[in-house]
Design a protein around this ligand. Structure first.
Ligand code: BJ8
Length: 431
């Protein structure tokens, strides 16, 4: 896309009708367009098929929101989400839409800090601030918000968020014993009943089977993209791959999977020709840790500006979202819900204890991505990831993997310090 012409499109009338703070949101729109132009459109050798994802950003505050509103007008449920624990298949089976509401922007944090404590996770503050400040059209458009009892910051924020938007909370177990799975399956059934109530219909076996296939196809497309990033030279930048993983949380799943597959077709040609976005000798880095919600591109930008390439995100906005599929061929609602529950119980979020399968998964992804070093990324005040970092560090020490741990927030204040640390880390890999 032509950097000169790129803009995030404005829809002031629609925003007004959604009860948004339009003058303030207009400023955020312009800032997002500028940041995107600088961070994304300045990259060399981008795949041509990234044009679709550029257009998704250009229409982020309009086109997709209109689709959500059209769905609502037809009585289809629109659910706002914050976590990969939401059984999306159930919402899709009811004809509904899931849209990620995680916040990755510093701009909404001061709104949240007027109400919430300052010393909690920036992702929770950013998301909450979007609702308080009325500066997110998706938040304004949802029927209800899905919350979960993963970390303390989230589960206590839902009680306050519920005053502003209906917030339905699912209990996520903290362990993975048989009784924890039994709890989770009951929670999944309750959630299904909630979605059916909003949709005004009962989900059939055939609808759930079709939805499982839709989500599997989307996850397969993302798995294909991840596998292609294992090639050397890397056929796509980490920034672009992260962007796609972020868009996965708000785009229409069938269209999204088709567009990711079109991009993968192009990348396969690149790989066959030995073409990449950067020289084969550039350091290859894997990121592991807390999710990077749109528009959090801070670490990727620093690493790739320093001449390296990111080849994997072991994160919920990354492989944790799509590494596991669901058996598509089981007849009967009970059997379907059982395999669906099994898939979600495989998610290796640090909110579980113990969670050693995540360490095994990190080692596996390090091998398959052909990375040469790991950066552990944790958002400030995220206790579970910050503490689990100890085990990731130990893995890297054991396996002699170059390693850097970063704890950061969304403010630009630590950029200079991070740049110095990242450059030293890349020198270690080069050396
Ligand atoms: S399954 S990682 S999406 S909870 S970073 S808000 S944990 S204090 S995001 Fe997550 Fe679901 Fe787990 Fe994934 Fe709390 Fe930590 Fe903030 Fe976090």
């Amino acid at each position: 896309m032509d950097a000169q012409k790129f803009e995030v499109k404005a829809y002031p009338e629609m925003w007004e009708s959604l009860g948004m703070d339009v003058p303030r949101f207009e400023k955020a729109r312009v800032m997002l367009g500028e940041a995107y132009t600088k961070t994304y459109l300045s990259q060399a050798k981008r795949p041509a098929k990234m044009a679709y994802f550029d257009a998704m950003i250009s229409e982020i505050h309009g086109g997709r929101v209109k689709e959500l509103l059209a769905a609502k007008a037809e009585g289809r449920p629109v659910v706002g989400t914050f976590c990969v624990y939401i059984p999306e298949e159930i919402v899709i089976a009811a004809g509904g839409i899931c849209v990620g509401l995680c916040g990755g922007s510093q701009g909404s944090v001061p709104d949240a800090e007027k109400i919430l404590p300052r010393n909690i996770c920036p992702m929770v503050k950013s998301a909450f601030g979007f609702k308080v400040g009325r500066i997110c059209p998706y938040f304004q458009a949802v029927d209800f918000v899905y919350g979960e009892t993963t970390c303390d910051a989230k589960k206590k924020t839902w009680e306050i968020l519920d005053r502003l938007v209906p917030t339905y909370v699912m209990e996520i177990p903290q362990m993975k014993k048989a009784r924890d799975k039994a709890l989770w399956i009951e929670e999944v059934k309750d959630f299904k009943a909630k979605v059916e109530e909003v949709a005004g219909k009962t989900i059939s076996e055939a609808e759930l089977a079709a939805a499982i296939k839709v989500m599997n196809d989307k996850r397969r497309a993302l798995q294909r993209l991840t596998a292609l990033r294992g090639a050397s030279p890397a056929p796509i930048s980490g920034k672009d791959a992260l962007l796609i993983e972020q868009i996965a949380f708000y785009d229409e799943p069938v269209r999204f999977a088709a567009k990711v597959n079109e991009l993968c077709d192009e990348l396969e040609v690149r790989v066959k020709k030995g073409e990449g976005v950067i020289d084969a000798g550039a350091p290859r880095v894997m990121i592991s840790g807390t999710p990077m919600a749109l528009p959090n591109w801070k670490v990727h930008n620093l690493v790739e500006t320093a001449g390296a390439v990111i080849v994997n995100e072991e994160s919920c906005i990354g492989t944790r979202y799509f590494k596991d599929l669901i058996d598509e061929n089981l007849p009967g609602m009970d059997a379907q819900l059982e395999v669906l529950t099994d898939r979600y119980m495989k998610i290796d979020c640090s909110c579980f204890t113990p969670n050693d399968e995540r360490i095994v998964q990190i080692a596996k992804e390090y091998q398959s991505s052909k990375a040469q070093g790991i950066i552990h990324y944790s958002l400030q005040f995220c206790h579970t990831y910050n503490i689990e970092e100890i085990k990731v560090r130990e893995l890297c020490e054991r396996e002699n993997i170059p390693y850097l741990s970063i704890e950061s927030d969304y403010s630009p204040e630590d950029v200079g310090q991070l740049q110095t640390r990242i450059e030293a880390f890349l020198e270690q890999i080069r050396g």
